[in-house]
Write a protein that binds this ligand. Structure first.
Ligand code: DO4
Ligand code: MG
Length: 315
């Protein structure tokens, strides 16, 4: 299995116990030491590798629901315009073209806040589209997972779901274009760096489907990135502490044409070599938000929308 040796987070369906462990052929083997990813990321790389070898007996996959591999006081941040394809897409969607051209060439990269852990979704869960966005897209990216000491521990898939129309109207709307319910999906596990021999040539593929139609397919490689993972991570940690670690999405280079927008009912599948697969269904952001609020209380609650237009009023 492709993800053997990765770090994953899951909830035991029968008891509600949340475990953090290493993916094996049969299930997830909980760590004997740290009980959360944020606790593990407070250590240095050598100690993390030791903790990931001290394991309990695996819990079978059938007994578990996989959760997003992020918790505690971790944060998701994202870098932008790190690939030529992204720079060209922003120039196409915006009247304020110079800001994108300038940041692509500047020494300081664009970095923005994306999500706290509780808002993050993972494989098999929904992503959201804003009701006030005319053009919404998934952005498949490689995320670096950083320790509290700013060491690069590993990699995961990130979908930086975005509104191109809101950002295109004015770059100052960026937080609204980037942060809303269902805006951030992470892959189902974290590949430790010792399992990723060639981080600078990972293949990234994305397919958007509507019913049985493929409405978009695109692919790229981290080899096309203008900046290095280390450079982006260094900027993130400048005068900003992450006492329990962070995930930094490193930008997209797979951009659907402006004529393609996500609509509820679509599915998005992202694959990255060595990191696995992230498949999500598109829903209205408000429905995803209602579910995320409930899942904070019990991680076993699955997404099952009650659409507002289906609600029975005044019995
Ligand atoms: O400037 C907007 C953000 C671009 C972005 O998210 C990306 O390049 O991935
Ligand atoms: Mg992005």
């Amino acid at each position: 299995m492709e993800r053997v040796g990765h770090l994953a987070r899951a909830v035991v369906s029968s008891t509600g116990r949340v475990v953090v462990g290493v993916v094996t052929r049969d299930g997830v083997a909980p760590l004997r030491g740290p009980e959360t990813i944020s606790e593990l990321l407070q250590s240095g790389l050598e100690d993390i590798e030791i903790e990931m070898s001290r394991l309990e007996t695996p819990i079978p996959f059938e007994a578990l629901l996989i959760l997003p591999p992020i918790d505690g006081a971790m944060e998701v941040w994202a870098a932008g315009v790190t690939y030529l394809a992204s720079r060209e897409a922003r120039v196409e969607e915006s009247d304020d073209r110079e800001v994108y051209r300038r940041v692509y060439d500047a020494e300081r990269p664009e970095i923005f806040f994306k999500s706290p852990p509780w808002r993050v979704v993972t494989d098999g869960e929904p992503i959201g589209v804003r009701g006030d966005s005319e053009n919404s897209v998934p952005e498949p990216e490689v995320g670096v997972v950083l320790t509290a000491g700013a060491e690069l521990f590993g990699f995961t898939i990130v979908d930086d779901v975005s509104s191109r129309s809101i950002e295109g109207a004015n770059p100052l709307y960026l937080p609204q274009a980037k942060i809303f319910d269902g805006c951030c999906a992470l892959g189902p596990s974290i590949a430790p760096r010792w399992l990723v021999p060639e981080p600078s040539s990972m293949e990234i593929r994305m397919t958007i489907r509507r019913g049985s139609d493929e409405v978009f397919f695109g692919e790229s490689s981290t080899g096309r990135m203008k900046r290095s993972f280390e450079e982006l991570s260094r900027y993130l940690f400048l005068d900003l502490v992450f006492p329990e670690g962070a995930v930094l999405a490193t930008g997209t280079s797979v951009v659907p044409p402006l004529t393609t927008t996500l609509v509820p009912g679509d599915t998005v599948e992202i694959e990255v070599t060595g990191l696995g697969r992230l498949a999500t269904a598109v829903e209205e952001a408000t429905l995803v938000g209602d579910w995320l609020s409930k899942r904070r209380m019990d991680p076993r609650i699955r997404f099952s929308p009650v659409r507002r237009d289906e609600a029975v009023v005044g019995e």
